[in-house]
Design a protein around this ligand. Structure first.
Ligand SMILES: Nc1ncnc2c1ncn2[C@@H]1O[C@H](COP(=O)(O)OP(=O)(O)OP(=O)(O)O)[C@@H](O)[C@H]1O
Ligand SMILES: [Mg+2]
Length: 328
């Protein structure tokens, strides 16, 4: 594999002040703060090939943002190694910054007091982007992200969706080959999310951009990523194609039956099928697809109960993620 990002045995420990108990403890901890260790990233390894869009997901506090910060060189690892395009962000941050773009949805790299266009010009100078290359790049980005309507608006007056489009453009001005996105659609409405997902897809398709995407929005994951790296408690718990992860984590299907009239005995007497929910005339049967097929189950049911309607629900990414978060 032609790895663009390589992460090996990455560890990040934070030292945090431990609070004392009671008034005396609080005074003591103010004077002599006791430190305790939090292991935010606990031995993470993965590698990502050129042109992949990988969803880096996990529950709150799993260590996602901490990993991204080490990949971009903002944070120093406690141990382990990171390589972006073959370069260590810790050894040569400047060279790595030239190769990657970063967007943190909760923060902006634009300047509140400047107009959006002026913000870009300032970033051009900071990153020392050649004027002609910058203008060509901005023209493409303006077109795809429809920046024209608000390019002369002060950043502080932009709506969240406009600001996020501005931030994406800012991250791409120097035409990086890797883009890190930490919750790029947080707080956005459906239209703005759609615009941002479209932009990511287009940059990936047209420029072969490699993307690591951290998000809690499973529609982002479903629409953009072919592969997931799932982390929990600072460790990788799943890494693979989305379909394989769903298949592995959700061996069950649901059959929803609506009855003609109330019935006493709804049980199917089959060890692989159990009733998991019932509401009025509706009954939800969960079954293991490796032990009984939907067709067999439907035949059994129709022979026994007066059925008005039937539907089978395939598990989706949401079901799979719920399983990961439940079991780890
Ligand atoms: N600067 C810091 N100092 C001390 N502890 C920190 C610091 N930053 C993060 N942590 C802790 O490290 C752990 C991982 O945090 P991180 O922000 O990487 O999680 P995350 O996966 O991005 O979560 P979220 O989905 O909520 O954004 C958490 O327990 C957090 O409290
Ligand atoms: Mg985070």
């Amino acid at each position: 594999m032609n790895a663009v990002i390589e992460v090996k045995d990455l560890v990040k420990e934070y030292m945090i002040a431990k609070k004392g108990r009671g008034l005396r403890g609080s005074i003591r901890s103010l004077l002599m703060p006791k430190k305790t260790k939090v292991c935010a990233v606990d031995g993470i390894s993965f590698s990502i090939a050129a042109g992949e869009i990988v969803g880096y997901i996990g529950p709150n506090g799993a260590g996602k943002s901490t990993t991204i910060k080490m990949l971009t060189g903002i944070l120093h690892p406690t141990s382990g190694s990171v390589r972006v395009c073959g370069i260590s962000p810790q050894e040569d941050r400047k060279a790595v910054v030239g190769k990657l773009g970063v967007v943190f949805g909760q923060r902006t790299q634009l300047y509140w007091d400047l107009r959006l266009g002026e913000s870009f010009e300032l970033l051009r100078r900071i990153y020392q982007i050649d004027k002609a290359a910058y203008e060509a790049s901005l023209a493409v980005l303006s077109d795809v992200l429809k920046l024209d309507e608000f390019i002369d608006t002060p950043v502080r007056q932009l709506s969240l969706g406009q600001r996020m489009r501005g931030d994406l453009a800012a991250a791409m001005l120097h035409e990086p080959s890797v883009l890190f996105l930490d919750e790029p659609t947080i707080g956005l409405d459906a239209d703005a999310k759609h615009a941002i997902r479209g932009f990511i897809k287009e940059m990936n398709r047209e420029r072969g951009l490699t993307v690591i995407l951290t998000t809690h929005d499973l529609d982002d994951v479903e629409q953009l990523c072919s592969r997931l790296v799932v982390v929990n408690h600072g460790r990788v718990v799943e890494d693979g194609p989305i379909d394989a992860i769903i298949a592995k984590l959700t061996p069950h299907r649901l059959l929803v039956a609506e009855l003609e009239r109330p019935c006493e005995d709804l049980d199917l007497d089959h060890p692989a099928a159990t009733i998991v929910r019932q509401e009025g005339l509706k009954v939800w049967y969960q079954f293991e697809k490796s032990r009984i097929t939907a067709a067999e189950l439907i035949a059994d049911l129709s022979g026994k109960l007066p059925i008005r309607d039937l539907s089978v629900k395939e598990p989706d990414i949401e079901d799979a993620i719920r399983e990961v978060y439940k079991t780890t």
